[in-house]
Structure formats: structure tokens, C-alpha cells
Design a protein around this ligand. Structure first.
Ligand SMILES: *[C@@H]1O[C@H](CO)[C@@H](O)[C@H](O)[C@H]1NC(C)=O
Ligand SMILES: *[C@@H]1O[C@H](CO)[C@@H](O)[C@H](O)[C@H]1NC(C)=O
Ligand SMILES: *[C@@H]1O[C@H](CO)[C@@H](O)[C@H](O)[C@H]1NC(C)=O
Length: 457
């Protein structure tokens, strides 16, 4: 069972977590928006009587509604509870004035939570893996973790995957991705360079992207010395990392052999997508928390007050909504109907064209319309001569439609691309090819990534 593997290690931890939960539950009861993964910026509440607390604790901890087609529901509920615990814990610490949202301490906690979900322990797995040589080092001042299968050591023609982790440009690190990177590297025999780029909101666009670009360019220039075959360089990443991998491929084109875009976010102009609307109905205080649009605010370097503009596209202008460029993100043109589960949503995909905020759009248009931020908005010419593109999307995911529409666009101009679609998976299913919450679909996703690396590189 999950508990035996260290998620709740002993009574001491359980009581500690309970206290945090109970306190936070009260605050949630006062303001249902609280406890979100992405938005930990609330003021503190007051403490009502104990009975209410215990009831609320049970109510808020075990309340996940998992959609029928998702298998292994208990594991998904535990994951949901873990993510909510993270949000609650950070909220309490922020309320007590112990830390700021998106501080290094908060990021440390996020890493602990992810490692606990993925391995059962906050410190992750044992540091020694006999199949791999793992090096913690820097490339041009950027911290990287390099995974080299020992079977290929000494060779000069090795393939490499430069991997950009997810976490909304704001959270997570090479440390929380260590288990996944080990698995991908040792199973595929590919060198993996995992990049610890700087994070938003402290470092908004273009800083995280430039950090990643520097590492990729360094590897291209120094491939020989690194024992890497220049024609076998792939760039990949999930979520925010997938966004930046796509941006890097637009910049470097054929210098890259493959881009791996895993559950990527690929555009910043339409957040009222069918995927967003279908999925806010489930797990909406963990992975499908609408407040995760805070990550967009962070990357754009905007003030938090603009968060509410994003959800229904009030951050673009009516004039833009009529423009040619907006058509690249128009679901009525680019999203095959079969991907939409909800019949009502499927039959009404038209967006209103007359809403928006001119002033905010003026302020952000140069960034959000930049193909390096919204690769889906690149014109056909810019999409030509891209590397082989592997896109992975999940059915239960806010950014599902971004990946599908990008694939449709590449297909239309006959660029080589493959779409791997997992209808029963959710955004972070790729974290779980192993560990206490191991999912069958997580095993399949990572197996397919490994197979692709072996076949294409
Ligand atoms: C969140 O999910 C619950 C069901 O779990 C649903 O009743 C509620 O309407 C959802 N909230 C939003 C904003 O969609
Ligand atoms: C959101 O998108 C749907 C179409 O998918 C549309 O019917 C609806 O009016 C939009 N809502 C807002 C507030 O723009
Ligand atoms: C979006 O902006 C319009 C005005 O253009 C406003 O009427 C509407 O309430 C806004 N919607 C949201 C969800 O903020």
C-alpha cells in the first residue's frame, strides 16, 4: 500500500500534516479558491472550533472526483491529495510570514512533494545507479545534471537528449526530475542533460528560455569534446519545458535532430479552450486548478492582478481576435472534433470576438505573440524545416489542445511529426512510470518516449 512506502512515514508526520490540513481547511471553507497549487497569495483566516476542523479535514482531503475513464483511481486520488497538501502547506507558511510565494524554500517543498509522490521519499531515490554515470555540473554558469549510460562511455558518437523540466517556469528542478531522467537515460542508452534554468517570476521570459538555449548551443559547439554525435541531438521537455523546447527548435531548426514536446503549452492567446473547459470539472484544486494560469503571469512578468483576465481571454483585444494570427489558435479551424469529450462543448467551439482589454494587450502583445513564447502562432514559413517532432498529449489536460493543434499545423505543411495521444492520462502522468503511484499509462508513456529516442536518434 501507499502508506507503507513512505508517503506518511509515521504518526509524527501524520499529526504534523494533519495540523497543517486542519488550519488550511478552515481557510478553504472561508474562501474556496484557497489551497491552489499555483496561487499562494492569500491573507490568513481565523480558527473556528475543533469539531468543524476535523469534519473539514476529512472533507477536503478525500474529495477528489476522478473522471470515469481514468483507471487506477485510488492512486490518482492520492496524487490529488498530495498536490493539495503541497498547496495547503505553502499557504500556511506564507500566511505565517515564514516565506514568500515562489521563494526558493517553496520550491524546495515542491521538489520534496514531487519526489515523495514519485519515489515514496522526500529525498528521492538512492544516489547510486550502476547503469549510469551521473554528474552535477555547470554549462556556462547554468546548473545541469548529466546522465551517461555507462555502456556508452568513451564513445564519440553518442546521442543526447537535452531535457527542460516542467513546473510552469516557476517550480521544480533537475532534482525533482532526477528519477524520470535516470529512467529515460538508462532505458534508452541516450545521454541526458537536464537543465536547471532560472525560474519565474524572479526571472521572466526570456531568461529561462535563454538559459536553455545557451546549454543547447554549447552542446552543439562542443559535441566532439563531449563524445556526442552532432547529428543526434534532441531537445525535449514537458509542459513549460515543452514550450521552451519548441521555441528552441524554431530558433535552431536543423541543428537539432528531434524535438520532444511532452504535454506542451504552445500558445498564450487562448485559455478558453475546449481542453480547459472540459477539465476544470475534475481535480480542479490540484492539476486542473484554474489558478495555474498564475504560471503564465509569472513567465510574462505581469502583476498578479491580471490573473483574472487570462481565463476568458480578456488579455487580448477585439481587434486581435479578428486577425489572421489569431486563426492559428482557433479551435474551430485546427482542433479535430474527435478529441473533445463533452458534446455541448464540441458543438459550440466559437469564441466571442468582441471582448478583451486593449490596454493590457498593448502591454503584452510583443511577448505573447512572439513565436518563442507561442510557437503555435508561428507562420508556415517559420514552421518549415523543423526537426522531427514528437508530440505527446493527454486527454485530461488543460494544454491538450495546444499539442494537437501544433501537430495539425505541422501535418498541413507536411513537416515530419508524430502525435502520441493518451486519452485516459492526465498532465503529469509521465511522472509515474515507477514508484508507489506507478500508473499503467505512465509506464506506457515513458516506454514510448524511450522507444522514440532509440528509433529516431
Ligand atoms: C471543480 O470540480 C467540482 C467537482 O469535483 C465541480 O463541482 C466544480 O464545479 C468545479 N469547479 C469549476 C470551477 O469548474
Ligand atoms: C469560451 O469558449 C466557448 C467555446 O468553447 C464559448 O462558447 C464561450 O462563450 C467562451 N466564454 C467566454 C467567456 O468567452
Ligand atoms: C472580460 O471583459 C469584458 C469587457 O470587455 C467584461 O465585460 C467581462 O466581464 C470580462 N470577463 C471576465 C471574465 O473578466
Amino acid at each position: 500500500s501507499v502508506n507503507n512506502q513512505g508517503i506518511i512515514k509515521d504518526h509524527g508526520d501524520f499529526i504534523g500534516v494533519s495540523v497543517i490540513f486542519i488550519t488550511e481547511s478552515i481557510m478553504v471553507s472561508r474562501d474556496p479558491q484557497r489551497g491552489s497549487m499555483a496561487y499562494n497569495n492569500y491573507s490568513c483566516g481565523t480558527i473556528p472550533p475543533l469539531v468543524v476542523l476535523v469534519a473539514l479535514f476529512l472533507y477536503f482531503y478525500l474529495d477528489a472526483r476522478v473522471p470515469e475513464p481514468i483507471p487506477e483511481k485510488f492512486k490518482v486520488k492520492v496524487m490529488d491529495a498530495m498536490m493539495k497538501t503541497y498547496g495547503h502547506t505553502v499557504n500556511v507558511l506564507v500566511c505565517l510570514g515564514i516565506t514568500e510565494p515562489f521563494s526558493d524554500f517553496v520550491r524546495k517543498i515542491a521538489d520534496w512533494f514531487v519526489l515523495t509522490m514519485v519515489t515514496g521519499f522526500p529525498w528521492g531515490i538512492a544516489p547510486y545507479d550502476p547503469r549510469l554515470k551521473i554528474t552535477d555540473t555547470h554549462i556556462r554558469d547554468i546548473r545541469v545534471k548529466v546522465y551517461e549510460p555507462v555502456s556508452g562511455l568513451g564513445r564519440t558518437d553518442r546521442p543526447v537528449l537535452i531535457y527542460l523540466h516542467g513546473g510552469g517556469w516557476s517550480l521544480l528542478s533537475v532534482d525533482s526530475y532526477d528519477p524520470l531522467m535516470r529512467k529515460i537515460s538508462s532505458d534508452s542508452g541516450t545521454v541526458v542533460i537536464s537543465v536547471n534554468y532560472r525560474l519565474s517570476p524572479q526571472y521572466p521570459f526570456p531568461i529561462p528560455l535563454n538559459d536553455c538555449l545557451e546549454v543547447v548551443e554549447y552542446v552543439i559547439e562542443n559535441s566532439k569534446a563531449m563524445g556526442i554525435d552532432k547529428s543526434r541531438i534532441a531537445v525535449g521537455g514537458d509542459s513549460a519545458g515543452g514550450n521552451m523546447a519548441a521555441a528552441i527548435s524554431l530558433r535552431l531548426k536543423s541543428k537539432i535532430a528531434m524535438q520532444m514536446l511532452l504535454v506542451p503549452s504552445l500558445q498564450f492567446v487562448n485559455f478558453n479552450t475546449t481542453a480547459f473547459n472540459e477539465n476544470t470539472m475534475y481535480l480542479n484544486r490540484s492539476i486542473h486548478d484554474p489558478n495555474s494560469l498564475m504560471f503564465v503571469i509569472n513567465y510574462l512578468g505581469l502583476e498578479p492582478k491580471y490573473l483574472s483576465y487570462l481565463r476568458y481571454n480578456n488579455h487580448t483585444s477585439p481587434a486581435f481576435k479578428q486577425s489572421l494570427q489569431n486563426e492559428y489558435a482557433d479551435q474551430t479551424l485546427w482542433l479535430p472534433r474527435r478529441y473533445v469529450r463533452d458534446e455541448k462543448i464540441r458543438e459550440n467551439m466559437e469564441q466571442p470576438m468582441d471582448t478583451g482589454d486593449e490596454e493590457l494587450f498593448e502591454k503584452i502583445k510583443n511577448v505573447i505573440l512572439d513565436p518563442l513564447v507561442s510557437p503555435l502562432l508561428a507562420d508556415d514559413e517559420l514552421l518549415e524545416n523543423l526537426p522531427y517532432t514528437y508530440i505527446m498529449v493527454c486527454g485530461y489536460d488543460f494544454v491538450r489542445d495546444d499539442g494537437i493543434m501544433f501537430y495539425e499545423r505541422l501535418n498541413q505543411i507536411e513537416e515530419e511529426a508524430h502525435l502520441a495521444y493518451y486519452p485516459e492520462a492526465f498532465h503529469n502522468a509521465l511522472f509515474f512510470p515507477h514508484g508507489p503511484l506507478k500508473l499503467n499509462v505512465g509506464v506506457r508513456i515513458v516506454h514510448d518516449i524511450v522507444k522514440t529516442l532509440k528509433n529516431v536518434l
